[in-house]
Design a protein around this ligand. Structure first.
Ligand code: GLC
Ligand code: CA
Length: 529
């Protein structure tokens, strides 16, 4: 293992901040960049290495910032560029890196580029977006659906043509086949690199290129028959609207830009089946550093399925490629609600002991569950269009800092309601409890940072039957064994050697074990061998 030259984004842990919901500093019920600055000491103390901040750019907020009206500015709700610069320097002073969100597939319909493009058929920016006539029979240009429901095409009355939008109609897709768009969007990357950011998380990056002929997608015979009627996207095989072969050339260009800047990380949001997903690392270590690996979120939370998923990834990656794992983000139901509160400590140990860069989502370190949002307060356009059960608001409720009204997030009613459990489930309360889940996260993060085996060592699974998933992490200087009991019943594991327990998810044992290791329900332990 080559510890000394391991880059920061392999050794480190990424923490995702959803800025609307992290910390409000100016009493308007919406989180902001100054709020993040005020909480940097918390993040440094937690022991994460980088923060990824979801979009804070000028935006009409149709999709809460994923509809960008100016890629090189800050929405006044969140602050201004001077606040951002201060955030970067304050973070760097504490050894924290800053990763910003890059939204290349679409702009807001309020972006000046789209306003120009829509103005007339012969506008110089007409081709910056994807405009088509109706088919001769008057029907839509093709059969594609929007992720948020309905068709992916909306007619613009002034010019009589349709524009493509794979998300909301307020999020028109850019035409990356136009060299000027390519150039302008690379300039956006340069802008933030020059402001000192340490990397990018790239939104739906596999969608930016579409089939040049925009052919109809085939219908998926295996689609869930209970999808809402307007979920056209969910019923199709996405053969032509995403993951086209020539997107990899753009990935190589992005990587080149990162390499020239030096020390930065390119992370991509990619959902494809493993064989297609792995291509985004490049053929020769020349594309993204980390195509997000969401697979652990898609599996039932059992020892055998999680192990199979990890082993499949490990087998698929070229030797130079670095794995990564995600258990929660701003688009998914809360981790604690998906797997059940009893399993959250186990999930923490899993995520922070696997080989590869972990990404944590804000509030998961408190064990936060899905928020309960009254129907009249639903904000998420996906929930409004496809039904309350698809609303992403549940994972976007305010961060819970203390037991004061509004959880220390704000002094006024926040944009989404604070979750009921906040009085006990908050940073201040859990901080004071030496056995809390927050204390466990902090201990795991400390241990991972200090341990060459955990942040850089090899991975080898042990052949343990359900309900235990156990693996060895091995480096030149140390060897760890991680044993995780995925059940609500006790389990035991026979070892071939003795070891010292360095950490239990229950934070109450530190003993030397002989050949037999007893695990309590949902207990995980790390042993130094
Ligand atoms: C990504 C984002 C999601 C957003 C969508 C459109 O999936 O994570 O929040 O709504 O892209 O930009
Ligand atoms: Ca605010």
């Amino acid at each position: 293992m080559m510890h000394s030259i391991q880059p920061w984004w392999q050794k480190g842990v990424v923490y995702q901040i959803y800025p609307r919901s992290f910390q409000d500093s100016n009493h308007d019920g919406i989180g902001d960049l100054q709020g993040i600055i005020q909480r940097l000491d918390y993040l440094a103390g937690l022991g994460v290495d980088a923060i990824w901040i979801s979009p804070f750019y000028p935006s009409p907020m149709a999709d809460f910032g994923y509809d960008v009206a100016d890629y090189c500015g800050v929405h006044p709700l969140f602050g201004d560029l001077a606040t951002f610069d201060r955030l970067v320097s304050e973070a760097h002073q504490r050894g924290l890196r800053i990763i910003v969100d890059y939204v290349p597939n679409h702009t807001s319909d309020q972006h000046p580029w789209f306003q120009e493009s829509a103005a007339s058929r012969d506008n110089p920016k007409r081709d910056w977006y994807i405009w088509r006539d109706a088919r001769p029979d008057g029907s839509l240009p093709n059969n594609w659906g929007s992720v948020f429901g309905g068709p992916a095409w909306t007619r613009h009355p002034a010019t009589g043509q349709f524009y493509l939008h794979q998300f909301l109609k307020e999020q028109p897709d850019l035409n990356w086949r136009n060299p000027q768009v390519h150039q302008a969007m690379f300039d956006v990357l340069r802008f933030w690199l020059q402001r000192g950011v340490d990397g990018f998380r790239m939104d739906v990056i596999g969608m930016i290129l579409k089939d040049a002929e925009l052919r109809d997608n085939p219908l998926n015979p295996q689609a869930n028959p209970n999808l809402p009627e307007n979920d056209i996207f969910g019923r199709q095989i996405h053969l032509y609207n995403e993951d086209q072969d020539d997107v990899h050339e753009i990935m190589r260009g992005i990587r080149q830009l990162m390499d020239e800047a030096g020390g930065r990380v390119a992370i991509g949001e990619l959902w494809f089946p493993p064989k297609r997903w792995v291509r985004y690392y490049g053929q020769n270590n020349d594309e993204l550093h980390l195509p997000f690996n969401f697979r652990l979120m898609e599996q039932p939370f059992t020892a055998s399925t999680i192990r199979a998923s990890v082993d499949e990834m490990e087998a698929l990656l070229p030797a130079w490629a670095w794995p990564n794992y995600v258990l929660g983000n701003h688009d998914q139901p809360r981790l604690a609600s998906r797997i059940g509160p009893a399993a959250t400590r186990l999930a923490a140990m899993l995520l922070l002991t696997l080989r590869g860069t972990p990404t944590l989502y804000q509030g998961d370190e408190l064990g936060m569950e899905n928020g309960v949002i009254p129907p009249e307060r639903i904000q998420d356009p996906q929930g409004l269009a496809l039904g309350a059960e698809r609303s992403r608001d549940v994972c976007r409720t305010p961060m819970q800092w203390d037991a004061s009204p509004f959880a220390g997030f704000s002094t006024v009613e926040p944009w989404l309601p604070v979750s009921a459990g906040y009085v006990t489930q908050n940073v201040a309360a859990l901080d004071a409890d030496p056995k809390s889940i927050l204390t466990l996260y902090r201990r795991l993060l400390q241990l991972r940072r200090a341990s060459p085996a955990l942040h850089g060592g090899s991975y080898a699974p042990l052949d343990t039957p359900e309900p235990v998933f156990a693996f060895i992490r091995d480096s030149e200087s140390e060897t760890c064994l991680v044993a995780l009991n995925f059940s609500d019943q006790p389990a035991s594991l026979s070892l071939t050697q003795t070891g010292r327990i360095v950490l239990s998810t229950h934070l109450d044992r530190r003993e030397v074990r002989g050949r037999n290791l007893e695990l309590r329900p949902y207990e995980g332990v790390i042993l130094a061998l």
